[in-house]
Design a protein around this ligand. Structure first.
Ligand code: PLP
Length: 407
């Protein structure tokens, strides 16, 4: 596969990372085996020494992981080159979940006393990792408004223990974006490690490595899998030597490996990434237009609408505006609960990125136990609805929303 030159993104989605099967199976079979065998003691020795390629034990690698990892690395590097013109090479490490991948990312790069500079409204789990787990290991996060580049520089300059800049764009629930080009350039000037959560955008819509990021992270549970059939996470890095040594060692010892079946489902899901994303984004634009003129709605947060405060940043760094949006019902909590209960086709669930349209009401679901004032600091008002627009026929999505919005 390495010598096959592919021109188009979808071709890489479909064929990237594949190795021909010795039994001529078209698809890589599911290697449900915990361990791998050697022809001789000498071969075992060569595999452990790393002088011969081959698998040892599934916590440390499996053909199904390799296929998904190589596919994702090829997609994040798609069309990118180093200053000397050679194609960008990346290395990906697949994990059991997004949170497992983040654990490897932070513990593989930071030590006690180090700080992370980041921004508001990160994914809930990431935020809790920063608040509840990392401080116990001596690693803390400094949260600042990264829309303000000058203030970000002042904060970095003032504290030499800041070692990493962690960015999530677009982010929940109001789809705020920050400027990847400016922030990564700033972080690089101060020798910070840069990591970007690219889950909402996918490599089809946004490539942080184009701006010089060191790491990209995905919860593959979302758009990469695309069907809601498995949990997974991946970190992709540009420093191949560090990925193959320090990062891989951290991953193997923390033990957050994926499993062959989930990796197989992920590989199948990625094959349709481009066609799904095109349809997701097209549907989302139609839905946003419908919601924006609906009398029961006071505000629509969608990056494809010029009314969104980060419309210009999104247009600069994303191919399309994505499939995620949120909107505010004028009737508050009561209207939110009523709307959710009336949905007939759209699915009442958290998570995102599936073929099916998923809708949730954070105030009565994910954030029900959070005091109203705290919730509102995160932008979660009583009437806020979050929606991951699916790839169903657009008329059926709009019809369902229309009937659910009727008084
Ligand atoms: C889901 C998600 C995560 C966490 O990933 P899991 O697969 O649930 O562990 C991190 N970041 C974002 C933006 C997510 O949507």
């Amino acid at each position: 596969m390495a010598d096959l030159h592919l021109n188009g993104f979808s071709s890489v989605c479909i064929h990237g990372g594949h190795t021909n099967d010795p039994n001529y199976s078209h698809l890589t079979p599911i290697y449900a085996s915990s361990t791998f065998t050697y022809d001789s003691a000498e071969q075992g020795m060569r595999r452990f020494a790393g002088t011969e390629e081959g698998y040892i034990y599934t916590r440390m690698g499996n053909p199904n992981f390799t296929e998904a990892e190589r596919k994702i690395a090829a997609l994040e590097a798609f069309g990118l080159a180093l200053p000397d013109g050679t194609p960008l090479q990346l290395k990906a490490i697949l994990h059991a979940s997004g949170m497992a991948a983040l654990t490897t990312l932070f513990l593989g790069n930071l030590k006690a006393g180090d700080k992370i500079v980041t921004h508001l409204s990160l994914y809930g789990g990431t935020d809790e990792l920063f608040q509840k787990i990392l401080p116990g290991l001596g690693i803390t996060a400094l949260v600042i408004d990264m829309h303000d580049i000058a203030a970000t520089e002042t904060a970095i300059k003032a504290d030499s223990s800041i070692k990493m800049m962690y960015i999530e764009t677009p982010s929940n629930p109001t789809l705020r974006c920050v400027d990847l080009e400016e922030l990564i350039a700033l972080a690089t000037e101060y020798d910070l490690i840069t990591a970007v959560d690219n889950t909402f955008a996918t490599p089809y819509l946004q490539q942080p490595f184009a701006f010089g990021a060191d790491y990209v992270f995905h919860s593959t549970t979302k758009f990469l899998n695309g069907h809601g059939s498995a949990i997974g996470g991946v970190i992709i890095g540009r420093d191949i030597a560090h990925m193959n040594k320090g990062m891989l060692k951290t991953h193997h010892l923390l033990g957050g490996n994926s499993n062959p079946f989930d990796a197989y489902l992920l590989t199948m899901g990625i094959k349709t990434l481009e066609v799904r994303m095109e349809r997701h984004c097209h549907n989302a634009m139609e839905v946003a237009g419908f919601l924006e003129q609906h009398p029961a709605i006071s505000q629509v947060n969608y990056l494809g609408l010029p009314s969104h405060p980060d419309f210009a940043i999104a247009a600069k760094q994303m191919k399309h505006a994505g499939a995620m949006m949120s909107f505010e019902l004028k009737g508050g909590m009561e209207a939110g609960v009523k709307f959710i209960n009336k949905l007939q086709m759209c699915i009442r669930a958290v998570s995102l990125g599936t073929c099916d349209t998923l809708i949730c009401h954070p105030a009565s679901m994910t954030h029900f136990g959070v005091p109203k004032e705290t919730r509102e600091q995160y932008g979660i008002t009583d009437g806020l609805i979050r929606m991951s627009v699916g790839i169903e026929s657009i008329e059926d999505i709009i019809n369902d929303l229309e009937q659910a919005l009727q008084a």
